[in-house]
Design a protein around this ligand. Structure first.
Ligand SMILES: CC(C)(COP(=O)(O)OP(=O)(O)OC[C@H]1O[C@@H](n2cnc3c(N)ncnc32)[C@H](O)[C@@H]1OP(=O)(O)O)[C@@H](O)C(=O)NCCC(=O)NCCS
Length: 173
């Protein structure tokens, strides 16, 4: 089951969200963080970056529940600038490493597409490490590749730099 969290539900979900982020980073995901990365670091991200944005209405947080726990999440962040009233970013699509390949990532994105239309946005943008399977997921959902930036971000485990692919999906058609 997919839900969009209000701020009270977000507070109740905080432990699960921190656990998912922590587990994903330690499983090698390229999602902004590098090791060492503690549970406290994970909680800080959700509290300082996401809770604030949720309370001020700047973003939506979706979660997928299974067996009484949250197993995955994604964020829709409508662009704030006046010249992009039709655009939004997709951020932090995360599925717990123990819950992958069960369709949760795709289901989260499909819920995000419905919400995107509700808030009258038509252009979705995201970026993902070029070598990650997430790229296949996004392409399967109709995202187009805009281009690749080499040496975009650091590997979470070591000093090497890795390329990122920017992608977009036009929902206006
Ligand atoms: C990317 C991620 C969210 C996918 O979540 P998921 O729940 O496992 O994805 P789904 O089960 O919905 O997979 C949907 C499709 O994506 C593709 N896919 C997903 N994971 C894949 C993998 N490891 N290898 C190949 N294809 C994969 C497949 O086409 C899959 O369809 P199929 O299972 O019918 O073949 C998950 O691997 C993850 O959390 N990764 C770490 C965080 C991350 O990199 N997020 C993206 C940031 S931009």
């Amino acid at each position: 089951m997919i839900t969009r969290l209000n701020s009270i539900e977000f507070d109740a979900a905080l432990d699960d969200l921190a656990e998912i982020l922590h587990a994903c980073v330690h499983a090698g995901a390229s999602i902004g963080f590098i090791l060492p990365f503690t549970m406290e670091d994970a909680r800080r991200y959700w509290l300082q970056t996401v809770q604030t944005g949720l309370k001020s209405g700047e973003l939506d947080v979706f979660v997928v529940h299974d067996n009484g726990r949250i197993q995955g999440t994604v964020q829709l962040i409508p662009a704030a600038m006046p010249n992009q009233p039709h655009r939004a970013d997709v951020a932090k699509l995360l599925v717990h490493p123990n819950a992958r390949r069960r369709g949760f990532g795709r289901a989260l994105m499909e819920a995000l597409f419905i919400r995107t239309k509700e808030v009258r946005r038509t252009m979705l943008v995201l970026d993902t490490r070029s070598t990650d399977p997430s790229r296949l997921l996004y392409q399967g959902l109709g995202f187009q590749i805009a281009g690749e930036i080499p040496n975009y971000c650091r590997n979470p485990f070591e000093l090497s730099l890795e390329p990122t692919t920017y992608m977009y999906k036009d929902l206006s058609g």
